[in-house]
Design a protein around this ligand. Structure first.
Ligand code: FES
Ligand code: FES
Length: 262
């Protein structure tokens, strides 16, 4: 394939992380590795393709840089070789926040991932960080392939980037949701509550503190195992921190006794 010089007049180099995108979360972990961050995560996965992340010169050789707001970490394992990964830790979905000594590190429980391929070098995470395609053009790191790109040394990831889950039909029965309580749907990253009889509410299961998955509804709150944040079953507001923002709402459709995502 020819070099792409369309937009800038300079050749592009695509750097694709070798790790396969993993759509699941680690065993025992309550979530799919979707957007996780301090902010409510209702708007879906990281930044859009084509987003400029920053200057390639900001990414040290043998290290990397976390673009927290874009939910992407870019590394440069060898000079001129750039790789991108999701910042969502595959253990419980916290955001990785540091690149040091050849690894990308998660602050929550200490998981470490290799800068070269996102592979786990230290648990408790068991799965690699999902790859995110990045392109370097004109000294800038851009998300995605940029349309056409030079062949890469490694195969591009086959699977898709973290994305919104499609609505699931007949997710659950209204009978499964206790009045005054709720239920966590790990795969859908969803919590359904029934604060009052016949009133059903849906929330994102992604904790607004550091993106772990909430995993329990008890005592009138939706609870996060990572640092103990609790959210009200009625409106997702914070009952106790460290989270400071409510759980984002997710729309539900109740049809007879069947509840689905709207
Ligand atoms: S080590 Fe990252 S969420 Fe547990
Ligand atoms: S991620 Fe810290 S309390 Fe949920």
């Amino acid at each position: 394939m020819a070099e792409d010089t369309r937009a800038t007049g300079v050749p592009r180099r695509t750097a694709v992380a070798g790790a396969v995108v993993i759509a699941g979360a680690a065993a025992g972990c309550a979530r799919y590795a979707e957007p996780a961050a301090e902010a409510p995560a209702e708007s879906g996965g990281g930044a859009a393709e084509g987003t400029v992340l920053g200057a390639a010169s900001d990414v040290p050789v043998g290290g990397g840089k976390v673009f927290a707001d874009k939910k992407v970490v870019v590394t440069q394992p060898a000079k001129g070789e750039f790789k991108g990964f999701s910042t969502v830790c595959t253990h419980q979905g916290c955001a990785v926040n540091k690149v040091k000594d050849g690894t990308i590190d998660c602050p929550c429980h200490g998981s470490k991932f290799a800068i070269k391929d996102g592979a786990v070098t230290a648990g408790p995470a068991k799965k690699p960080l999902p790859a995110q395609e990045v392109t370097v053009a004109d000294g800038k790191i851009v998300l995605g392939s940029g349309g056409a790109a030079e062949p890469t040394k490694e195969k591009p990831p086959k699977e898709s980037k973290p994305a919104e889950k499609p609505p699931v039909k007949g997710l659950t029965s209204t009978k499964d949701i206790p009045v005054g309580g709720g239920k966590v749907f790990e795969k859908e990253q969803l919590v359904i509550t029934q604060p009052n009889e016949g009133e059903f509410k849906g929330f994102s299961a992604i904790c607004t503190h550091q993106g772990c998955s909430v995993n329990q509804v008890k005592g009138g709150t939706i609870n996060c195992p990572c640092h103990g944040s609790k959210f009200e079953v009625g409106d997702g507001s914070v009952r106790s921190g460290p989270a400071t923002k409510p759980l984002p709402y997710r729309s539900l459709k109740v049809d007879g006794d069947q509840i689905t995502l709207a």
